[in-house]
Design a protein around this ligand. Structure first.
Ligand SMILES: [Zn+2]
Length: 408
């Protein structure tokens, strides 16, 4: 079994953003990251920066004993101590989530991602999982919209005809977005970010993207980017599910839940001067914390099992809270997490025995993501997606509430 080397106490990992050039990108992300001159950049020379990868397997730790190591290396070494027992059981010792910022100066290609079942059979050689993803819109020009699913049930032949004729967007639902809009793209949902939208994206860690349509555009090399029509149609949901914007659900500790999916959850806290958001890491999953705007300080709560140095967050700062923070250290005495004040233990649901408590103070907007435990009926999201349609998150939530004896 993997485990922390003796004497190596878990601590929040501050991650270095990685900038990715994209043909549809813009100038904003470098500014957002404070100039970005010394941040690593990837992708074709000459293209603008479209994405900032905040947390994935290639992310490099900036602070503490693991400084300079990648999250992927640490996941391989530490296993569930880093990623948590739930993703470890599902995916093994690898980073399960990928968090990004996107700056779409122009529209992205129309694309679709496979689910885990397809990825593990048809794309086994790639080593990638399927991909469900969710967008949280940070800013949008007036009238900006995304393309999401089809207006009505359609067929592969109709889609092929529309791609050939350059009219695919006309078959799709055009959804206007504004700051704070949440868009969930379960695996199989055909989607595209429109021009003038900046967003945070949380997704399963996977690079499997099938492009259906690229607005007739060419890349920096003057060539059109490759389309993957056969694979797209093998995984696309053609059923015409209507788009739905779901309201946020209040949680304890100053958070609200924006997205609840089997693959990940996404929470938001909005701090105003002097207010505090409190949370707790459990042994089930790592948590990713990203400051979207303003300023904040992240520090251990009074009852936390591990003491660690407070981290000052600026916009774009992303911290990985290892699942091991919830555990009492081998040499650290018994149940440190339960000895603290009751208030510190009861900050969020599900942390009765946990010492992984933390607080965020400041004046800013914070996003938090993690991998949830399986719902009452143990099943793979990918197997049930087609049967239940993409908007099953509320059903999952109800089942989970019932599984917990209706505590909420
Ligand atoms: Zn996508």
């Amino acid at each position: 079994m993997s485990g922390l080397p003796y004497g190596m106490a878990p601590y929040p990992l501050a991650l270095e953003p990685q900038l990715h050039r994209r043909v549809w990108g813009g100038e904003w992300l470098k500014e957002f990251h404070g100039g970005g001159a010394d941040l690593p950049e990837h992708g074709p020379e000459g293209e603008p920066v479209g994405e900032s990868w905040l947390a994935d397997g290639a992310s490099v730790v900036r602070n503490g004993a693991y400084a300079g190591r990648s999250v992927g290396e640490l996941a391989a070494q530490l296993g569930a101590e880093l990623v948590g027992t739930v993703p470890h059981e599902r995916y093994g010792p690898r980073m399960p989530l990928l968090a990004k910022l996107l700056d779409a100066a122009t529209a992205l290609s129309v694309q679709v991602h496979p689910d885990d079942t397809y990825a593990l059979s048809e794309e086994r050689a790639s080593g990638h999982l399927g991909k469900s993803e969710a967008w949280y819109v940070l800013s949008a020009e007036p009238g900006a919209s995304v393309l999401w699913g089809f207006r009505q049930r359609t067929t592969g032949d109709v889609v092929r005809g529309a791609v050939a004729g350059g009219t695919l967007p006309e078959l799709m639902q055009q959804v206007q977005v504004r700051p704070g809009s949440v868009v969930m793209n379960p695996a199989g949902t055909v989607h595209a970010v429109g021009a003038g939208i900046r967003l945070y994206e949380i997704q399963q860690a996977s690079d499997l993207t099938y492009r259906l349509y690229d607005h007739g555009r060419v890349g920096a090399d003057g060539q059109p980017r490759q389309l993957h029509l056969d694979k797209s149609l093998a995984v696309a949901d053609l059923s015409g599910v209507p788009f739905e914007q779901r309201p946020a659900r209040p949680l304890e500790g100053g958070w609200e839940r924006l997205v609840q999916r089997p693959e990940f959850v996404l929470d938001r806290a909005q701090l105003s001067a002097g207010s505090v958001a409190a949370g707790s890491v459990t042994s089930e999953s790592l948590q990713l914390i990203t400051l979207i705007g303003g300023e904040a300080v992240l520090e251990p709560s009074e009852g936390a099992a591990h003491r660690w140095d407070a981290l000052h967050l600026s916009p774009g700062s992303t911290v990985l809270l290892p699942a091991g923070l919830a555990r009492v250290t081998a040499q650290g005495g018994a149940r440190a997490g339960v000895s603290g004040p009751k208030a510190a233990q009861r900050l969020t649901q599900g942390d009765e025995e946990s010492g992984g408590g933390y607080v965020l103070r400041g004046d800013g907007e914070i996003l938090r993501s993690s991998v949830p435990p399986p719902t009452h009926h143990v099943r793979e999201a990918s197997e049930t997606e087609a049967a239940r349609g993409p908007h099953s998150d509320q059903a999952d939530l109800r089942e989970r509430d019932q599984a917990r004896g209706g505590r909420r």
